[in-house]
Design a protein around this ligand. Structure first.
Ligand SMILES: [Zn+2]
Length: 435
């Protein structure tokens, strides 16, 4: 294994095999670092800690050698931050996540040297239910523990939003993941993998070229219909935190130079609305009759087995099952409906909720001064906080107005021309699954 401090690139592995037998004769794993991209706790822990948190904010992806690992920097860390939800970052947690990500990367690269390919269907074999994910992450954040029965993935050869959980399992000395065990046993000991149930497989060519919607990089654990519906609800609920943290990032002096006061932070209602509408659209589009899923696709082993009607029936059955597991259409549209929920209902409209949460969050003493999620120090003045309160009072009413019209346009216009706008139920019988 080679550790470097100068080069800015992803981790990668090279290996040499015997052309006659395919035997791997030697292999080396590279974990390069660099001033802006260091990921490995080399030498002194203190300096590594600084480099790690700095490195996480710089995006440098460079393909080298025969294979590259995903970059550990901000691409992954942003996903990590999103997945953390309400969890507040501490120095201890930041270091733990970084070290667990490194554990996962090393295992991933060693996997390549053993001959394993990327396994982007690995997350479909997770044993964490979509509804449990936030609790699993919370336990990890509070204690560093992960339950050995709650697998974030069936392989370290995947890229997901929670790879640090796979790293944690390594730190805790838990078993290798089931796909990896089966693949190595098949490759090295000729054991029949069909006798073990390690789930489905898809790799780079599927992620790059096919229409399989659940074979993409950096997805959450579990079946993607459930994961995306869960993610859509969580991300919208935590939007006030995302926004509040954005102002912290800009206020920290190393973020884009001097550190910007809140009034200089570019926040566009339109682009935020676009982001959340697209998130909703991506959940809903998985429930239209078009998408292909790994499970249904792989159930036809040979071209000659393929039957279009049977295939469509399998897709619909798959959608139906996972939509039900995710709470049905009601769960998907809950946030849409809550945007405008007023009058007789006791519940506040979602955007009002977000505004109240935002204002209470930015008014707390903890918010005024501290470290960003990435570990940089910042401090707001009283004027900054006053500005943020005024900003909130203007921002959220506009957000509500634009959000609802955008949702309506995306849902009714693009996907469900046949939907009943009064009840938000679809007339398509095959997609009528509900609680
Ligand atoms: Zn890789």
């Amino acid at each position: 294994m080679s550790l470097g401090l100068k080069r800015n690139t992803s981790a990668y592995a090279n290996w040499q095999d015997d052309p006659l037998t395919g035997e791997i004769t030697q292999a080396i794993v590279f974990l390069p670092g660099g001033n802006s991209n260091a990921v490995f706790p080399v030498q002194a822990l203190d300096s590594a800690r600084g480099k790690i948190s700095e490195g996480l904010t710089n995006q440098t992806v460079q393909k080298r050698g025969r294979e590259t690992a995903p970059p550990i920097p901000s691409a992954i860390f942003r996903k990590v931050v999103q997945s953390l939800g309400l969890v507040e970052m501490t120095d201890e947690l930041r270091l733990r996540i970084n070290q667990d990500v490194v554990r996962w990367v090393v295992a991933h690269e060693v996997g390549h040297t053993l001959g394993l390919r990327h396994q982007f269907a690995g997350a479909l074999g997770s044993t964490i239910e979509a509804t449990e994910l936030q609790d699993v992450i919370k336990t990890y954040a509070e204690t560093g523990e992960v339950d050995s029965k709650k697998l974030p993935d069936s392989s370290v050869m995947d890229y997901t939003t929670v790879d640090y959980l796979s790293g944690a399992a390594i730190r805790l000395g838990q078993d290798a993941l089931p796909y990896d065990i089966a693949a190595v046993r098949w490759g090295y000991f000729n054991e029949d993998w069909r006798s073990t149930d390690f789930g489905l497989f898809c790799s780079d060519e599927d992620a790059d070229t096919s229409t399989l919607v659940d074979c993409k990089r950096f997805q959450g654990p579990g079946p993607q219909i459930e994961a995306r519906i869960g993610n859509w609800k969580t991300e919208l609920q935590y939007f006030y935190l995302t926004l509040a943290r954005e102002f912290q990032d800009f206020r920290s002096p190393s973020f884009g130079g001097e550190g910007k006061p809140p009034e200089e932070v570019p926040v566009s209602v339109t682009s935020v609305v676009e982001y959340y509408s697209n998130l909703l659209q991506s959940s809903v589009s998985m429930l239209t009759p078009d998408p292909d899923f790994v499970e249904t696709y792989r159930s036809f082993k040979f071209v000659t087995d393929y039957n279009a009607d049977e295939y469509l029936a399998k897709v619909l059955e798959y959608q139906d099952t996972h939509l039900r597991n995710a709470g049905g259409w009601a769960a998907l549209f809950d946030s849409v409906i809550r945007v405008t929920q007023t009058g007789g209902s006791k519940a506040m409209p979602l955007t009002k909720d977000l505004q109240v949460n935002f204002e209470s969050y930015i008014s707390s003493e903890n918010y005024k001064k501290g470290k960003t999620m990435y570990g940089r120090e910042y401090e707001f003045t009283d004027d900054d906080i006053n500005y943020l309160v005024e900003f909130s009072q203007k921002f959220f009413p506009m957000f509500e107005e634009q959000l609802f019209s955008s949702f309506k346009a995306k849902l009714l216009g693009t996907f469900f021309a046949d939907i009943d706008p009064q009840t938000l139920t679809t007339k398509k019988t095959q997609l009528s699954a509900d609680n």
